[in-house]
Design a protein around this ligand. Structure first.
Ligand code: RNT
Ligand code: ZN
Length: 414
């Protein structure tokens, strides 16, 4: 009997159907961020990051320009199992001859058509989109949508509006609604003199951006944050602000698990929001001491997040996106490790006898619940994982491909 067949039997003894788990897993879309490949720089002129986020490291081989980034994404995606979407930032506009002539408030769909072509050629199931409110000279005093300077605020509102239009086209072209996630870095390093006015300006800006958009193809979301580097004292787009805004505006919240106080967990926030919202979006990352955006690993909180998605049957309601950027190691390897970790966590959650566990909770049989949860941790997950990979023509020897690509492609880049 093969290892998979044996493992299948062991799970069956707990009432778990591994075939069903494998079937469900390959249908769960994971939106993979384009920005791991070039340290979040984009193509529209910025040569350094701002907005309180940081990539650290200078491992050679970073992608410069659309051609290189697309080649790297293609390589990385070929090593990632499962159903993948591509998550783009507006700063990844393919401007061609218009570079330097057109600014972010005037971007249109044509600058993203090459991405649609690329996605279609590479079996990518959808595209998600993010306006880029950072790393740009029009950020005045570090502020965008909450700026007290009206021309600045207007520029960024126009960028937001332009992005909503682009997203509608992306959604339509891909035949799959496009999540548009709004994150702004706006905040203050030190104790503010006025905490309300910036939030009222942000509210107004969001209202203007959302005035008119394509409800069929665009899913707007807002991403809150607790603080950024250099913006430690105050964040305009805080959790309470955005959660209330989203509830009133009928849009979606995006939870980034690097954006909360250290003992708060996104796994607990997902079901809280599912009680009120039809959809919840995620940025899955790995915060180490701060919102450091380390590569996602197969760790406990990731498993808890996956459990909340799976046992609530919320695979189509929770829009999973990845958000990490490590510039200190091979970037393709970083990308693939993170995506595979997400897949492993989902598989782990799919292989739990969730109904049995809920029943133990409801009958207050907590001792047995604890016992069972511990036993389940040591079941042969790896054998089911290998089968999942094998059925997609993949295996666990993928790092050799990364090394080969580094030698043949990345190391030749200047
Ligand atoms: C920043 C947010 C935001 C960015 C990306 C690049 O703290 O997490 O989502 O990481 O938009
Ligand atoms: Zn994020």
């Amino acid at each position: 009997m093969s290892r998979y067949e044996e493992a299948k039997k062991m799970y069956a003894a707990y009432g778990v159907d591994t075939e069903e788990a494998l079937r469900r897993l390959k249908e769960i879309p994971v939106s993979v961020h384009c920005w791991q490949g070039d340290d979040v720089l984009g193509f529209d002129g910025s040569d350094s990051l701002s907005g309180g986020i940081q990539t650290t490291g200078n491992y050679p081989g970073k992608a410069v320009g659309p051609e290189q980034l697309m080649a790297d994404i293609k390589k990385a995606f070929s090593l990632m199992p499962g159903k993948k979407r591509l998550n783009l930032h507006a700063s990844y506009a393919v401007l061609g001859a218009d570079k330097g002539k057109v600014d972010r408030d005037a971007y249109t769909y044509k600058y993203f058509e090459p991405w649609v072509k690329f996605a279609k050629e590479n079996g990518i199931s959808g595209i998600d989109f993010n306006p880029t409110f950072f790393a740009h000279p029009k950020m005045k005093d570090g502020l965008s949508l909450s700026s007290p300077d009206e021309p600045t605020r207007k520029f960024w509102v126009d960028h937001g509006k332009a992005c909503m239009k682009i997203a509608a086209e992306l959604g339509k072209a891909m035949g799959s609604p496009c999540l548009v996630n709004i994150w702004i870095p706006d905040g203050y390093k030190d104790i503010p003199a006025d905490r309300l006015s910036p939030r009222l300006r942000l509210k107004k800006s969001l209202d203007e951006i959302l005035e008119d958009y394509d409800k069929e193809w665009v899913i707007p979301a807002v991403e809150s944050k607790v603080f950024g580097i250099g913006l430690e004292s105050y964040t305009v787009g805080s959790n309470e602000f955005y959660q209330n805004y989203a509830a009133k505006a009928g849009i979606c919240c995006l939870l980034d698990n690097g954006h909360y106080h250290p003992t708060e967990v996104v796994s607990d926030k997902i079901p809280a929001l599912l009680a009120f919202y039809d959809k919840v979006a995620l940025h899955v990352t790995r915060p180490v001491r701060w919102d450091s955006d380390h590569v996602v690993l197969f760790e406990d909180e990731l498993k808890e997040i996956a459990k909340e998605i799976i046992r609530n049957g919320a695979e189509q309601k929770v829009l999973i996106g990845l958000d990490y950027f490590d510039a200190s190691i091979n970037r393709i390897g970083a990308w693939v490790t993170g995506e595979r970790s997400m897949q492993k966590a989902l598989l782990f959650a799919l292989l739990l006898p969730n109904e049995t566990l809920k029943e133990l909770q409801d009958t207050a049989n907590f001792g047995k619940l604890m016992y069972l949860n511990e036993e389940l941790k040591l079941l042969p997950l790896g054998d089911i994982w290998n089968e999942y990979l094998a059925r997609q023509g993949m295996n666990n020897e993928w790092y050799a491909e990364v090394e080969k690509y580094e030698k043949e492609v990345l190391s030749l880049r200047k």
